[in-house]
Unconditional design. Structure first.
Length: 264
């Protein structure tokens, strides 16, 4: 098991992660008014890029392994790692995941949310609600003494009981002073499997839930992951730290728009 290489951080490091996580959440909070029909994904990228720099931080995705933009924008059947561009403007009812990771004073804050251009239809709103609930279930399960398999099992059970599928090809990850470290946080699995959660572990939980089948493919740009059957996909993500008593979510919204959709 990889538990030996999972970094364990000190109590003072929680404050650093809190600040980085707060900034990532702050950037996402500002998108509520920006994202509407006609907005391009490049406009979203540029807004986030400028706001991150204004806060004396660095957008982590920019040039990471060659990624060309500062955030990921994944629309409709794009599962993750969508590349912002000036050609893709949002249509009424489009759903979009915006994934923001900042580096603040050497520490990474990583979070993503779903937004809707205009008003979602019921089918897509139910997908967004279920995906957000999967994230909350995963966070609730992330307690010291539990295993990473427990987190994945609970998310998978909830999603599949509602006839959705859980993407297997991407997962959450350890984070801290690096973008990606052990552990891999799967959103499916079996109870009792995987490393045991210990105080001081920092990682993301970021379930990707599909309306159709879970299988994905990567487009020719080498980044954009889409559902093979072109069914819609949704994702929500938080960065958390395990404490002695439970966990702390570093990336909570400042204005309670962790689920920033109208007409709930």
């Amino acid at each position: 098991m990889q538990s030996d290489n999972i970094p364990i951080y000190k109590k003072k490091d929680f404050e650093k992660m809190r600040k980085a996580g707060n900034l990532a959440a702050h950037v996402l909070d500002q998108l509520y008014e920006l994202i509407k029909p006609g907005t391009t994904t490049l406009e979203i990228n540029d807004f986030c890029h400028d706001l991150i720099l204004k806060n004396n931080a660095i957008p982590a995705p920019l040039n990471y392994k060659g990624f060309p933009k500062s955030v990921c924008t994944s629309v409709n059947h794009v599962v993750c790692h969508g590349i912002p561009n000036e050609k893709k403007s949002l249509n009424v009812g489009d759903i979009i995941n915006v994934d923001v990771t900042v580096i603040l004073d050497g520490w990474y804050g990583d979070s993503s949310r779903m937004f809707v251009a205009g008003k979602p239809n019921k089918k897509h709103l139910d997908l967004l609600k279920t995906t957000y609930e999967c994230l909350q279930i995963g966070i609730k399960e992330a307690q010291p003494g539990k295993t990473f398999g427990d987190i994945g099992y609970k998310i998978q059970e909830y999603a599949e009981n509602k006839n959705y599928s859980v993407v297997r090809d991407f997962c959450g990850h350890g984070i801290g002073q690096q973008f990606h470290t052990p552990p891999s946080v799967l959103h499916f699995g079996n109870l009792g499997e995987g490393p045991i959660l210990k105080p001081g572990m920092f990682f993301t939980i970021e379930p990707m839930i599909n309306l159709g089948d879970w299988k994905v493919k990567i487009l020719n740009d080498g980044w954009t992951a889409v559902t093979k059957d072109k069914s819609y996909s949704a994702q929500f993500e938080h960065t958390i730290g395990i404490t002695e008593e439970g966990n702390e979510v570093f990336t909570l919204s400042e204005n309670n728009t962790d689920f920033p959709i109208n007409d709930l």
